[in-house]
Design a protein around this ligand. Structure first.
Ligand SMILES: [Zn+2]
Length: 483
């Protein structure tokens, strides 16, 4: 196993260091020096001072993108979500370039503006993300103008679109104006297409998205499929992890398809989970040609469909590799029986997906959490007359998780479910939410259990797989890297 652990491009296996007894491994990325140690988290009903490690170490790649976008979006609305625990200045969330994980372990806060005098939590210039160097290859290899014209030529093939205007269509937005890379209309509806190639600040992405939405113009982000490894960059992750792991790309092949069919086609790259023992679950890009119905799909629908497709793909692959295994384990969880009865099945599934063994899982009180997730699913599917009882079970189970020995370490999971499932949120009282927030901020290291157990939770509850497992693939699949 030592060779796997030293290879930065390998997925999950290297990140899940098995813990022994009561001395858990450190999940935080050791290379990330977090200058800012404590922040004031202003997202909830009351401000909470949070240790940064507790806040960030459990963030999945999807969480990181969502929080980064929320910070930038809210700042545009005049709201601050995080302030420095020492000087009270607004903060932004960055990710370290040395981090190969792409999740919260490689993230750190920094002051939004210059570090105020008197604050000693200073982020050195060298720690800041620049990224320009990484993109030099793409910028030179496939110039912006060439792709813009290829995109315009592809649109020209499709009679449902008006003649595309490259770089010349001014759109009045508020007091200013925008000039999209390519402007066209589809059956009379205005469409702006923007190419993302070089590192683009997140403010640019969220500002453009909001500006076009405000004037009723559909915005389509397009990139180049030239080098997939370049998509493993935070500014690209900010785009596709907020879009269900989907991104559109233009190249000669997509242009040729548009020409042959007289219908605009682009490549759609979508994240897909793959299972290959002993690499746990890893991500890869699936590429397919997409027509206007996918290209012009509203963002919310793209995100929801992408998440669903990711979970379904995982469930299908598990069913193909290990028929009936997840059902057997889920049935035992539901019955409340001792999971040692399905020890062999657990072990087989854990090996397949790279999850922790049963002994460790029981020690981390995972079975109670799995029962709660089943209760959440029942509540979500309950008929009107069953809703009340199902809701009480969800609330009682959540209280039992939080009151238990490992309670503090499962709070991030409960909070995520409350964000994702309105029916579950509705049964958690504001008092309970406040209690969780305070417990999470309490002294002592926080171990993000949902991250430690992400593989088993995803296998048994695929609707959570995108949140827990989706991240940028590092080039070729891992098994192709072995000598
Ligand atoms: Zn400060």
């Amino acid at each position: 196993m030592s060779t796997f652990q030293n290879t930065p491009n390998l997925p999950a296996v290297s990140a899940v260091v098995p813990r022994s007894g009561s001395s858990p491994a450190i999940v935080g990325n050791r290379k990330t020096r977090r200058a800012i140690k404590k922040v004031i988290d202003l997202r909830g009903v009351e401000p909470v001072i949070m240790p940064v490690d507790a806040l960030l170490d459990g963030m999945t790649a999807v969480d990181l993108t969502a929080v980064r976008r929320a910070i930038v979006h809210e700042r545009g609305e005049g709201n601050i979500l995080f302030r420095c625990g020492q000087c009270n200045s607004p903060l932004q969330l960055s990710s370290s370039r040395e981090s190969s994980t792409g999740d919260g372990r490689g993230a750190f806060f920094k002051h939004s503006h210059r570090t105020p005098e008197g604050c000693s939590w200073y982020t050195a210039e060298a720690q800041r993300s620049t990224g320009a160097k990484q993109f030099a290859g793409l910028q030179e290899g496939e110039p912006h103008w060439r792709l813009k014209n290829l995109l315009a030529d592809s649109i020209r093939c499709d009679p449902d679109f008006s003649k595309p205007v490259v770089d010349k269509h001014f759109i009045q937005i508020g007091n200013g104006h925008r000039k999209p890379d390519v402007f066209t209309t589809h059956k009379g509806k205005p469409i702006a297409l923007e190419l993302q190639l070089a590192r683009m600040p997140l403010t640019t992405i969220t500002e453009r998205t909001a500006a076009y939405r405000a004037v009723g113009i559909t915005l389509v982000w397009v990139t180049s499929a030239h080098e997939l490894a370049l998509l493993n960059n935070q500014s690209f992750r900010d785009l596709y992890l907020a879009a269900g792991g989907r991104i559109l790309a233009v190249d000669v092949a997509s242009y040729e398809r548009s020409e042959e069919t007289s219908v605009l086609h682009l490549h759609e790259l979508s994240l897909e989970p793959a299972i290959q023992h002993p690499f746990a679950i890893y991500n890869r890009w699936r590429s397919r040609m997409a027509g206007p119905e996918v290209i012009l799909m509203p963002g919310g629908q793209r995100h929801a469909e992408g998440q669903r497709a990711y979970g379904s793909a995982l469930a299908e692959k598990l069913q193909a590799k290990a028929p009936g295994l997840t059902e057997k384990i889920a049935g035992t969880v539901a019955s409340g029986a001792d999971l040692n009865l399905v020890a062999a099945e657990w072990s087989a599934l854990a090996k397949l997906v790279g999850a922790r063994d049963l002994r460790q899982s029981i020690q981390d009180e995972l079975p109670r959490v799995l029962r709660w997730l089943q209760a959440v699913e029942r509540l979500n599917n309950a008929t009107v007359q069953d809703k009340e009882v199902a809701g009480k079970v969800v609330a009682a189970c959540a209280a039992a998780i939080v009151a238990a020995r490992t309670g503090k370490h499962w709070i991030q999971l409960i909070e995520h479910i409350a964000d994702a499932v309105p029916a579950a949120a509705a049964v958690l009282t504001p008092d309970f939410r406040t209690k969780m927030m305070r417990l999470k901020a309490s002294p002592g290291k926080l171990h993000p259990m949902h991250a430690y157990h992400r593989h088993m939770i995803s296998a048994l509850h695929p609707w959570l797989a995108f949140w827990l497992l989706a991240k940028a693939p590092n080039g070729t699949p891992p098994h192709q890297r072995l000598p």
